[in-house]
Design a binder for this molecule. Structure first.
Ligand code: S3P
Length: 435
């Protein structure tokens, strides 16, 4: 069921129990749609994520002339190759999706036609300099609103490969430049100082596109072809994280989540929660396509506080809000360093979590790039989600153990990544209401 309510109310509930189905991975769905659209032949994408963000990716690729048919479980894309995109007849719209805007910019910046892409109010405030500068070095001509969206691309007549070393660890920037490199003659080199999620590289390899990966250095040759193939999308570990923390903090809980994507650059959340004392077991490890998967069993556990910093942060960047809830729920002081990037997500997530946690009676302290949380009891209250899906879902999970109900305002954006969150949480034992 689509959660179309403005506000959610969660009461201290029964245990969370049983098998939980988590929808497809958002990062992989975006990339599969984009790469399928550039390949030659029919790409079928099974178990893809049907959410607002991914619908915008489908919409953008259709507006660029790609033939895409949607059914409930499978997306069928008839790609006509790398140089087959049409000039869009109207500005493109990325909604709330930073991944879509940054990835598609790599393609739009290299086309022989002009285009414009804009986002919603939140996306139009997110930094784009990180992609504008390297794309300009590849010959792109981009106008922006002071390095913020909308982005206007002029026809690129002097496409060049890039030799790039990332300053900010970002899979979106890396993927943007990998996609741009597809359209240039010659070899591009992309160096990461901290490894970020590698779904784009893995999918390119799967599509048999020539790409060399040597630890943190990627070498990619432009103007080659890739073969259309069938792709199965694993369940999204970032969405599973809400239920994993729910089971860990809610007494007597015991859940099983099947076929979750276990890409080693995404499983930081499991490593941290296990270090905190979480009873988490992985079974049935397998590979689908190029991505590792497995089943995750989670039981209620007495958690200990944690300290996280440095290169570990990038592996849990999207799971930090729900991890903050786990830390706030266990006694002791948890500390997070090097988390400045959290301020540039769908909301300033350090601020949104601090404001929300303090409403619940939890003591926090922050600097520009750190957060300290003193664990305690949640007393309940009214929380603003700042229109951020992951903030809304994190506080919904906090509601499971709160002394009084938690009301979360402005939760419609849960639909950007996890439209069935509400119904799945209700079915697994939570007392949750919409208003
Ligand atoms: C994503 C990369 C990350 C992550 C985002 C999805 C991706 O962003 O936070 O939700 O699919 O590439 P950054 O690249 O900005 O770290």
């Amino acid at each position: 069921m689509i959660n179309d309510a403005r506000n959610l109310i969660i009461n201290n509930s029964e245990k969370i129990f049983g098998e939980i189905t988590i929808p497809g991975d958002k990062s992989i769905t975006h990339r599969a749609i984009i790469l399928g659209s550039l390949s030659k032949g029919v790409t079928k994408i099974k178990d893809y994520l049907i959410s607002e963000d991914c619908k915008h990716t489908i919409g953008v690729m259709k507006a660029l002339g790609v033939d895409i048919k949607e059914s409930k479980e499978t997306l069928v894309i008839k790609g006509k190759g790398i140089n087959s995109l049409d000039k869009p007849t109207a500005p493109l719209y990325a909604g709330n999706s930073g991944t879509l805007m940054r990835l598609i910019s790599g393609i739009l910046a290299m086309q022989p036609f002009d285009s414009i892409i804009a986002g919603d109010e939140s996306l139009n405030k997110r930094p784009m300099k990180r992609i504008i500068e390297p794309l300009e070095s590849m010959g792109a001509i981009i106008k922006s609103n002071n390095n913020l969206p909308p982005l206007c691309f002029s026809s690129n007549k002097s496409k060049q490969p890039i030799n790039f070393s990332s300053k900010i660890p970002s899979a979106q920037v890396k993927s943007c430049l990998l996609l741009a490199s597809l359209f240039t003659k010659g070899k591009s080199i992309i160096n990461e100082n901290i490894s970020t999620r590698d779904h784009t590289e893995k999918l390119l390899e799967y599509f048999e596109y020539p790409i060399e990966i040597d630890n943190k250095k990627i070498i990619i040759e432009g103007e080659k072809e890739f073969k259309a193939k069938e792709i199965s999308v694993p369940s999204d570990i970032s969405s599973a994280a809400f239920f994993i923390v729910a089971a860990l903090i809610k007494k007597d809980s015991d859940i099983l989540i099947k076929n979750v994507g276990l890409n080693s650059l995404r499983t930081g959340i499991l490593e941290v929660l296990i270090e905190m004392g979480g009873d988490i077991k992985i079974t049935n490890r397998n590979i689908i396509g190029t991505e590792p998967i497995g089943d995750i069993q989670v039981k209620y556990s007495k958690l200990k506080p944690i300290k996280v910093s440095g290169s570990n942060v990038v592996k849990i960047i999207d799971e930090l809000p729900i991890l903050f809830i786990a830390c706030a729920a266990c006694s002791g002081v948890s500390e997070f360093f090097d988390i400045a990037e959290l301020r540039y997500k769908e909301s300033d997530r350090i601020k949104a979590m601090e404001v929300g946690l303090s409403k619940l009676g939890i003591e926090t302290k922050s600097t520009a790039d750190s957060l300290t949380i003193v664990g305690g009891k949640f007393r309940g209250g009214i929380i603003d989600s700042y229109n951020d899906h992951r903030i809304a879902m994190s506080f919904a999970i906090a509601g499971l153990i709160s002394e009084k109900p938690i009301t979360i305002m402005n939760t419609i954006n849960i639909n950007t990544s996890y439209p069935s969150f509400y119904s799945t949480l209700k079915e697994s034992g939570a007392q949750i209401f919409q208003s």
